[in-house]
Design a binder for this molecule. Structure first.
Ligand SMILES: Nc1ncnc2c1ncn2[C@@H]1O[C@H](COP(=O)(O)OP(=O)(O)O)[C@@H](O)[C@H]1O
Ligand SMILES: [Mg+2]
Length: 237
């Protein structure tokens, strides 16, 4: 990972294998629109823009707060050092996970812009090609036990790398057209020692299936989660 400081209030971290000229514009959706290089978008907390970068399609996300507090300050975070910014932390974590062969988007570049006591941040990561999230997939139909095994095994790989995914829900699990499972959205996640949080991750994921069953009538039943746990126990083959 390299970094540049275009001005004293701005830091860009990037992978020079993918980004040859790091610039604040890379994080500006209007820049990509003006060049006709927006290839799609997805709606989460805010809009994630899919853009065609020099080497590969990427996902551009601006960090936003949720909840009531978020309505007031939206996208500002207290600044407590560059190494503590959301974008730097997620970039670092994705790097570590990718090196540990966990299927996560490769981080391409991260931005933090300070203004006084606060900062705003953005992340550019590889777009997972031909993938859909589990909610979208299960709205269409069931998936088989082998697919649940693969989901469990990928989560196990993430845990073996020592990473606690504090927002492990089925919107943050993608499956691509080659049946590969991808885990995304590592904002606020971190490396952790010990084991107790691992069960918490799995319980949260199970609650997410139950919640979306009520909301979107996804094709899922509780025994499907047993298949996922079996895959978790076996690990990646
Ligand atoms: N790297 C990526 N590749 C493909 N799709 C992505 C990628 N990152 C995000 N998305 C899509 O954008 C949505 C929102 O992104 P996410 O990182 O989960 O942010 P948040 O949930 O905080 O809005 C995801 O649910 C997913 O559909
Ligand atoms: Mg998400």
């Amino acid at each position: 990972m390299q970094h540049i400081t275009p001005n004293p209030n701005t830091l860009i971290w990037y992978d020079s294998d993918y980004i040859s000229s790091p610039d604040e514009q890379l994080f500006n959706p209007a820049y990509w629109k003006a060049q006709n290089r927006v290839i799609g978008s997805a709606q989460g907390r805010g809009t994630t823009w899919f853009v065609e970068t020099e080497h590969l399609p990427a996902a551009l996300r601006h960090y936003r707060r949720g909840g009531l507090f978020g309505k007031l300050v939206r996208d500002q975070y207290w600044f407590s050092g560059w190494q503590n910014t959301r974008s730097f932390l997620e970039f670092s974590l994705l790097n570590k996970l990718a090196k540990a062969n966990v299927n996560v988007p490769r981080p391409l570049a991260a931005l933090a812009v300070r203004s006084g006591l606060t900062y705003r941040a953005d992340l550019l990561s590889e777009k997972i090609a031909n993938a859909q999230d589990l909610v979208a997939i299960l709205q269409v139909g069931r998936i088989d036990s082998a697919a649940y095994h693969r989901i469990g095994a990928e989560i196990r790989a993430m845990h073996d790398a020592g990473v606690n995914h504090t927002d492990l829900n089925i919107h943050n699990v993608l499956i691509d057209d080659k049946n590969r499972v991808w885990i995304i959205d590592f904002d606020k996640c971190s490396e952790q020692s010990g084991d107790s949080w691992k069960q918490d991750n799995l319980s949260r994921l199970k609650r997410s299936f139950e919640k979306e069953l009520g909301r979107y009538q996804i094709h899922w039943q509780p025994t499907d989660f047993d298949a996922l746990l079996k895959g978790y126990q076996q690990g990646k083959q």
